[in-house]
Write a protein that binds this ligand. Structure first.
Ligand SMILES: Cc1cc2nc3c(=O)[nH]c(=O)nc-3n(C[C@H](O)[C@H](O)[C@H](O)COP(=O)(O)OP(=O)(O)OC[C@H]3O[C@@H](n4cnc5c(N)ncnc54)[C@H](O)[C@@H]3O)c2cc1C
Length: 296
């Protein structure tokens, strides 16, 4: 399979990230199925080229400029399937939008994933990062994950083998292709009501309609990064076109022409403020994909 790169098309990742940032990978692959996915991984491994996996791009801070890696985008139709499984389970392709999965569960009377209402991105990204909201996280509902390892093996793992943590997993150099969720039969109206409630709560607490990657920092143990940043007076702070949301101090917005360097400078300022006032070191929640050289 030819990467799009080889056809002369320069692929900028900013078109795929919700923060609207991201430069050019060494190769951009969008495999049409498992055999092609395996070939992409093999090509990278043989060339000794590092590779990263892209889902919905909603938890990424990607530098502008040239990235020292290939990017494998899990976005082809073959990864977009949802199928009922035994019991009240569903087996879902990694490229399925989380919102589509929530709607599927609602329409089919399958309860358990309502807390994901309004979460951007794909199922692959949600599993890789153990996405969560309202005190619940994806790993609590997972019964199995299928992934392709860098040695070309495609295997199914139990959740215990995924080493889930708060907003993380032990996943390294592997591509999630499918996940199975253990759900329970529930009244559709009840699910619809709960989904609407969560969506409304998000709309109220999060900035809407502006480019962002959600929360920039993880919550430190026993506290909220947003609260600490708010106390430090960070709401509205700005570097170039990167701005701390005035609705939620843990959201950094791209007001239009922000560069990754702007966002990183703002992130450093936010971190410094919290360190100085509370002596707490905030950890990034978004994944930072660094370029060879930072573009200003
Ligand atoms: C407005 C807004 C609100 C948000 N609210 C929340 C929230 O409440 N809770 C929360 O947890 N997150 C939240 N997020 C962050 C984000 O939506 C989630 O982390 C989401 O699950 C990321 O999925 P994605 O497909 O976009 O992943 P990406 O951003 O594409 O990737 C994120 C990470 O997952 C890896 N990855 C993606 N797909 C795969 C795959 N198939 N196989 C292996 N690795 C993969 C990537 O390599 C990367 O390391 C929010 C983001 C936004 C913009």
């Amino acid at each position: 399979m030819q990467p799009e790169h080889a056809t002369g098309k320069v692929v900028k990742l900013r078109q795929f990230t919700t923060l609207r940032l991201g430069g050019t990978p060494q190769r951009y692959y969008r495999p049409a199925g498992l055999p092609e996915l395996r070939r992409c991984v093999r090509a990278c491994e043989r060339a000794g080229r590092p590779w990263r996996v892209l889902g919905g791009g909603s938890n990424l801070l990607v530098d502008d400029g040239e990235l020292p890696c290939a990017v494998i985008h899990v976005a082809a139709p073959v990864f977009d399937s949802i199928a009922p499984a035994r019991g009240a389970a569903v087996r879902v392709g990694a490229g399925v939008r989380t919102s589509r999965l929530v709607a599927f569960c609602r329409d089919n009377g399958l309860g358990g994933l309502e807390f994901l209402a309004g979460l951007p991105g794909t199922v692959g990204g949600a599993v890789a990062g153990n996405a969560g909201a309202w005190g619940q996280q994806v790993s609590q509902r997972l019964s199995r994950v299928w992934l392709l390892r860098k040695d070309g093996r495609h295997l199914a793992l139990e959740p215990e083998q995924m080493e889930f943590s708060y907003r993380g997993s032990g996943l390294r150099e592997a591509v999630i292709t499918e996940a199975e969720f253990r759900l329970e039969p529930r009244d559709r109206e009840l699910i619809a009501g709960q989904v609407a409630e969560y969506a409304a709560a998000r709309a109220e607490r999060h900035p809407a309609g502006i480019a962002s990657a959600g929360c920039i920092f993880k919550n430190p143990p026993g506290d909220y990064a947003g609260r600490l940043l708010d106390e430090c007076g960070m709401k509205g702070a700005r570097v170039g076109d990167a701005e701390v949301s005035s609705v939620h101090a843990n959201f950094v917005l791209n007001r239009g022409n922000a560069t990754a360097a702007d966002v990183l400078a703002l992130v450093r300022r936010m971190r410094r403020a919290v360190r100085k006032r509370f002596d707490i070191g905030l950890e990034l929640e978004v994944r930072h994909w660094a370029a060879r050289t930072q573009v200003a």
